[in-house]
Design a protein around this ligand. Structure first.
Ligand code: ACO
Length: 432
C-alpha cells in the first residue's frame, strides 16, 4: 500500500498543511498529526483514543472488522492449536519463534527464576484475609522494585532480559501466594520439574497433608487460555504499562500499573463480572427481563462479556474459547453445568436481538473464560489474576519494545481545557 497526502486547511486564514500518511505492514494508513500544533497552534481531540495511534509497534496486529488477531504475524488460531504459552511468550518478546535450543535456554531461565524472595513472600501476611487478589498482586509486583533493583538498569539489554524472565517466571508464584493467603492455606513452593501451567496449578491446589496430581487436561486448558490472553496490542493495561514506563520508572512499577488497569470491569475484570452476572440472572427464564434492563439506558446495566472497542464483527479468541468450553466441560464432566447452559442461551438470545446486532456487539473472550476457570476450580476472585498472569508476557514485550526504541518519548497527552478562565484569588473573609 502506498501513502496518501492529506491537506488540513484553516478555512479562516487559508493556511494549509500537507500531511503524508504513514503506512504500516497491515492496517489503515495513519496520519501523523504532531506538526499541527507547531503549524496551526491547535491540538487534536480524541478521548478514548478512538482513532489515535499512540506508538509504533511490531508485536500484535488486530483487524477488528475481519476478526483477525496476529502475534508477530502468526494467526491466533494456529498458535492456539500448535503452540504453548511459553513459546508464545518467547515469540512476543523476541519477534521470532524459538529454535529447539533457544526454547530450551528460555524455559530453563524461566524455570530458574520461579522462587520469590522470602521477605516478599512474607508481605502476603500483611494483607487482610479477604483482600481482593488483584490488590495483592499489584502491590507485590510493585514491591519487586524494592527487591530486584540491582538488575534493572533499563538501558542495559541484559538487565532488561533478566527483568523480563524474572517477572514472567514469578507472576504464577505471586498469583498462587495471593490465592493461598485468601484460603488461609500454607504457601506451596514452585516445582521446577513441572511445566509452566502445571506448576501454577500445583502451587494453587497442592496442600501439605495429601498428594495432589496435576490433571494434564487442566494444565492444557489453562495453557490455551494463557495463549489467547498473552497480548492484545495497545489495550488499556498495555497502554498504561507504556505510559508509566515512558517516564523511565522501574519496570516492575510499570507492570504493576498494568495490573491495576486490568482490574477494571470494562477490561480484565469482565471475566469475573460475567460469572457474577450469570449468577444474578440465575435461570434461563430470567434472560428476557435481564436483557430488557440492559437495553434500558437508565438502568446502567451492561451485558458483561459482550462488546469490544476493536472487534466489531467477532472476537476470534471467543470463537476458539467457545469450542474449548464445550471440550473442557465435556471432558471434565461439566457440560451440563447450568452456568454454561445459561451463558449459551443468553448468547443465543442476544445475538438475535436488534439492540446488540445494530451496535455490532458480540461475545468477547471473557464471556467464556470464567466458565472454564470455574470448571478448573479457580475461584471467581482469581479470574482477573489469571488474565494478568497471561498478559504479563505482552506487557513485558511492549515495555521492551518501547525502551529499546531510540525515538521513545515520555507519554504526555494534551487536553481541551473547559475550566474557569483566569481569575484572581479572593480572601476567605470576602467570599460569599
Ligand atoms: N451491554 C450493553 N450495551 C453495550 C455493551 C454491553 N456490553 N457494550 C456496548 N454497549 C452499547 C453502549 O451502550 C453504546 O450504545 P449507544 O450507542 O446506544 O450509546 C454502544 O453499545 C457503544 O458502546 P461503547 O461503550 O461506546 O463502546 P466502547 O468501544 O467504548 O466499549 C467495552 C467497549 C468497554 C468493551 C463495552 O463493550 C463494554 O462495557 N462491554 C462489557 C464489558 C466487557 O465485556 N469488557 C471486556 C472487554 S474485552 C477485554 O478486556 C479482554
Amino acid at each position: 500500500m502506498s501513502s496518501s497526502r492529506y491537506q488540513i486547511t484553516n478555512l479562516g486564514t487559508g493556511k494549509a498543511t500537507e500531511i503524508e500518511t504513514l503506512v504500516g505492514s497491515e492496517g489503515p494508513e495513519v496520519l501523523p498529526l504532531g506538526s499541527l500544533y507547531r503549524d496551526h497552534g491547535v491540538f487534536t481531540f480524541d478521548p478514548g483514543f478512538m482513532a489515535t495511534a499512540a506508538c509504533e509497534s511490531a508485536i500484535t496486529y488486530i483487524d477488528g472488522d475481519a476478526g483477525v488477531l496476529l502475534y508477530r504475524g502468526y494467526p491466533i488460531d494456529q498458535l492456539a492449536q500448535h503452540s504453548s504459552h511459553l513459546e508464545v511468550a518467547y515469540l512476543l518478546l523476541n519477534g521470532q519463534l524459538p529454535t529447539a535450543d533457544q526454547f530450551k535456554a528460555f524455559t530453563g531461565s524461566i524455570t530458574r527464576h520461579t522462587m520469590l524472595n522470602e521477605s516478599l513472600l512474607r508481605m502476603f501476611g500483611g494483607f487482610h484475609h479477604d483482600a481482593h487478589p488483584m490488590a495483592m498482586v499489584s502491590a507485590v509486583v510493585a514491591s519487586m522494585a524494592a527487591f530486584y533493583h540491582d538488575t534493572t538498569d533499563i538501558y542495559d539489554p541484559r538487565h532488561r532480559e533478566i527483568f523480563a524472565h524474572r517477572i514472567i517466571a514469578k507472576i504464577p508464584t505471586i498469583a498462587a501466594a495471593a490465592y493461598k493467603h485468601a484460603q488461609g492455606q500454607p504457601f506451596v513452593y514452585p516445582r521446577n520439574d513441572l511445566d509452566y501451567t502445571s506448576n501454577m496449578l500445583n502451587m494453587f491446589f497442592a496442600v501439605p497433608c495429601e498428594d495432589y496430581k496435576v490433571d494434564p487436561l487442566h494444565a492444557k486448558a489453562l495453557d490455551l487460555l494463557f495463549i489467547l490472553h498473552a497480548d492484545h496490542e495497545q489495550n488499556a493495561s498495555t497502554s498504561t504499562v507504556r505510559l508509566a514506563g515512558s517516564t523511565g520508572c522501574n519496570p516492575y512499577a510499570a507492570i504493576s500499573a498494568g495490573v491495576s488497569a486490568l482490574w477494571g470491569p470494562a477490561h480484565g475484570g469482565a471475566n469475573e463480572a460475567v460469572l457474577e452476572m450469570l449468577a444474578d440472572i440465575g435461570d434461563v427464564r430470567n434472560v428476557p427481563t435481564f436483557l430488557k434492563r440492559v437495553k434500558d439506558k437508565d438502568a446502567g446495566v451492561r451485558l458483561m462479556g459482550f462488546g469490544h472497542r476493536v472487534y466489531k464483527n467477532f472476537d476470534p479468541r471467543a470463537t476458539i474459547i467457545r469450542e474449548m468450553c464445550h471440550k473442557v466441560l465435556g471432558q471434565l464432566g461439566g457440560s451440563d453445568d447450568p452456568m454454561f447452559e445459561l451463558a449459551l442461551r443468553l448468547e443465543e438470545i442476544a445475538l438475535q436481538d436488534e439492540y446488540f446486532v445494530s451496535r455490532k456487539l458480540y461475545p468477547n473472550v471473557d464471556f467464556y473464560s470464567g466458565i472454564i476457570y470455574s470448571a478448573l476450580g479457580i475461584p471467581r476472585s482469581m479470574f482477573t489474576v489469571m488474565f494478568a498472569l497471561a498478559r504479563t508476557a505482552g506487557w513485558v514485550s511492549h515495555w521492551l519494545e518501547m525502551i529499546a526504541d531510540p525515538a521513545m518519548k515520555i507519554g504526555r497527552p494534551r487536553q481541551l481545557y473547559r475550566g474557569p478562565a483566569r481569575r484572581d484569588y479572593v480572601q476567605m473573609v470576602k467570599r460569599k
